[in-house]
Design a protein around this ligand. Sequence first.
Ligand code: ADQ
Length: 447
Amino acid sequence: MSRLVAVSNRLPLGDNPSGGLVVALADALRSSGGLWVGFSGEQAEEPADRLVFHDGAPFERASFDLTPTDYEAYYLGYSNSVLWPVCHGRPDLMHIHPEELEGYRRVNARIADLLVPHLRPDDRIWVQDYHLFPLAAELRSRGVTARIGHFLHIPFPGPSDMATLPNPDEMFDWLSHYDLLGFQAERDLSNFVESARQLARIEPLAEGGYCLNGQETRAGVFPIGIDTAAFIEEARHAQVEDRMRSLTGSEIMIGVDRLDYSKGIPHRFRAFQLLLENNPDLHECISFLQIAPPTREEVEAYRDIREETEHLAGRINGQFATVNWTPIRFIHRPLPRKVLAGLYRQARIGLVTPLADGMNLVAKEFVAAQDVSDPGVLILSRFAGAAETMEDALIINPHDTWELAEAMACAIRMTPNERRRRHSALLQGVIENDIGWWSATYLDALN
Ligand code: ADQ
């Protein structure tokens, strides 16, 4: 079997890295004697001009540092202040700075320079996500002929959002150098084709093939999953922290997200407020636990969302709290996986209400963590990629506060039979399309 080379923005370091993508790639990398390359997370004024190799994993890992200027331009700038908002339908939050686009190009070119000496002609190279769109073009221009695939973890924009980028033409040129483009959902594949039809040159070929700007490529949908078996075990044995036990006096509704404007956290707070306004009988019977560690706080839009959510939670608690009951508990830090798994299992309702989301793994983790004899109910936004395959959730439009509040009430009152029927259908999908299935299916297609 030819060697797999994975490239992602961050290289998972530490002796025992966990997390879905790590598990998926680790399996595939281990069995092919593979190599994983990514950013170390360290900034240095004068980074080494070669990759630094790390021991401690059953495959090779190699990292590079970034200068503070490159980190700002490539990561905070073009990746997270241009591509992220545009791919999540928020071009109004985009900040275009030509020097940041230049930095994004420069970092991708540098990664190609660092990588080329370590490549073999029969490698399969798998590039992850929006930070690295130009990498295939950079590798090809250095003579690399190996197969190169890309997987996009976030949504692909439709033509009107795509047209707001400073460089839509260049984007399609970057994409055209991949042998395989992988998307999370059918929605993304059709956005890609429609955007390319309007903003570039694309002709369909046989079997998922396209001629994009004169280059042959293929595109397909590969919905990512979780390490379901491991998560089920984790939830079964979870020890919920003592200080969390006090919550169990009432039913718990849980939300778990990075604190990001795409996740629709204020929308769920407003719906919860409406639920409490319309259903005084539910006061003191239901608490909302929102776990949302801040991310990317150097970016202004992320500071704004933190302020907005804290303010809303404070207002709702002020309006409804009693001596015995705090309606919303808002935790701003990451929790260990096994604690999360236990909380999911205790919760009566899982709230996953993004305004846009590539897939959303929390929806799958919530389902995997439930006790099959008395499962909780998943409320899922139609704008999460997960909604395409998790039809037995209560599917809602997060912009419609009334509909969302109604779904919360319906979930609280749902009969055990109905909960079990929905959960068992959802669980089957989460088991069948797990993370191992995802990487195997993608790599099969790349082969
Ligand atoms: P994210 O935007 O990070 O991922 P998501 O898919 O929900 O979104 O994954 C988040 C992961 O972080 C989950 O495994 C979750 O358990 C964990 N997490 C979140 N909050 C946590 C907390 N407080 N403590 C501990 N862990 C926490 C991007 C895309 C998604 C896509 C994934 C994978 O935006 O749409 O599903 O990649 O492709």
